[in-house]
Write a protein that binds this ligand. Structure first.
Ligand code: NAG
Ligand code: NAG
Ligand code: NAG
Ligand code: NAG
Length: 151
């Protein structure tokens, strides 16, 4: 895991291994948010993502979810708004799947967001500006970047 300032250059230069499919969360909001990471074995967080900063991590294996909340009290609360990005990579099959949805309300209180994808072609794995809850899937050569732009 690492975070960096959005304006940092040479982001992808760090990706040295052949398999480099990753996601990036960029906080363009004027406020910080909190991130939580969950898979079948554990949930970790909160991690603070300040306004103007970004976070990136490789996508490997299945069933990862990244939760964004406004307030740390929201994540474990039955009434706390949570935005959830789900990602699964199947490296054997060279496939990538992602979903975006909310649970108990919109963590950004109606502010805009987008999820975009880049890879062997632009928009390789779809794009959305709504919490459509759909499974977006694509063939993945191992070099997809999924970007979640907050605000
Ligand atoms: C977070 O939620 C708690 C409990 O509802 C509240 O007391 C606190 O002021 C909130 N913090 C922020 C930064 O909104
Ligand atoms: C990848 O897909 C294959 C074929 O559907 C399946 O057998 C395998 O369990 C999947 N791997 C992961 C990590 O989901
Ligand atoms: C978090 O909640 C506060 C209080 O409602 C609001 O002012 C702020 O804009 C929210 N932050 C984000 C990133 O939506
Ligand atoms: C992604 O991988 C494919 C297959 O190896 C390659 O043709 C393509 O140029 C790569 N795209 C990028 C953006 O690295």
């Amino acid at each position: 895991m690492r975070s960096f300032i959005i304006t940092a250059t040479g982001l992808l230069a760090c990706a040295s291994s052949a398999y480099a499919t990753n996601y990036i969360i960029k906080d363009y909001c004027t406020e910080k948010v909190y991130l939580y990471f969950a898979d079948s074995s554990a949930t970790t967080g909160p991690f603070e993502l300040d306004s103007g900063e970004a976070f990136t991590q490789k996508i490997t294996g299945s069933g990862h979810s990244i939760g964004v909340v406004n307030n740390t009290s929201d994540y474990w609360s039955a009434t706390g708004p949570k935005c959830i990005l789900g990602v699964t990579a199947n490296e054997t099959e060279a496939e990538l799947y992602w979903t975006i949805s909310t649970v108990d309300g919109d963590c950004l209180q109606g502010k805009s967001f987008s999820v975009t994808s880049e890879g062997r072609v632009p928009d390789v794995c779809g794009t959305t500006t709504s919490y459509d809850g759909e499974v977006h899937a694509c063939a993945d050569d191992g070099n997809v970047t999924l970007t979640w732009n907050l605000c």
